[in-house]
Ligand binder design. Structure first.
Ligand SMILES: [Zn+2]
Ligand SMILES: [Zn+2]
Length: 174
């Protein structure tokens, strides 16, 4: 399957007009991207939501409420799952290097949102996800996907010396 992702340059916004206009200026826009690549290691199925940029004395304050569609793996069976992430951003891009900030505006007044988005999404994406609440996972012995196939591993009594180990493996999957 080939998907054509929008390039990360869509996140590069020239804010020169806001710097010139002075403190108090705001600019509202709405993200509504289909497949979009945020960075080499992060692609989204969609990214949507309102974005406000405000000129302050220190630089440009970015505020946004976004929904992002992200492909992840089910923690039990490793099948792909689409996650709908919601997150809020409130971050200063400082113009003055003397101001303590996580992000600084480049000299060319181009504000690149991609590193900020990447950080927010990867930080939030530490939750463990199931493809469905009752996912049966992979058989710890033969590795089949127990949502789609049945095996007889559990029925075989097996070597009793390994019963405790098998139970341990099952418990870890729960
Ligand atoms: Zn699953
Ligand atoms: Zn099995």
């Amino acid at each position: 399957m080939s998907v054509h992702f929008l390039h990360p340059r869509v996140f590069k916004i020239n804010v020169g007009f806001m710097l010139n206009a002075g403190p108090g200026t705001t600019h509202d826009s709405t993200f509504d991207f289909p497949e979009v690549r945020v960075s080499d290691d992060l692609a989204l199925n969609y990214l949507r939501g309102p974005v406000r940029m405000s000129r302050t004395k220190e630089g440009i304050l970015v505020q946004a409420e976004l929904h992002a569609g992200l492909d992840v793996e089910c923690m039990r069976c490793l099948d792909p799952v689409q996650l709908d992430m919601q997150f809020q951003i409130e971050e200063l891009f400082a113009t003055n290097p003397q101001v303590a900030a996580a992000f600084y505006l480049a000299e060319d007044a181009v504000l690149d949102l991609a590193p900020l988005l990447r950080e927010e999404i990867l930080i939030q994406n530490d939750e463990r996800v199931l493809c469905r609440p009752d996912c049966k996972g992979l058989c710890p012995e033969c590795g089949i996907n127990r949502n789609r196939e049945t095996c007889s591993c559990a029925e075989e009594a097996g070597d009793p010396r390994f019963a405790a180990l098998r139970q341990l493996l099952r418990d870890q999957q729960q």
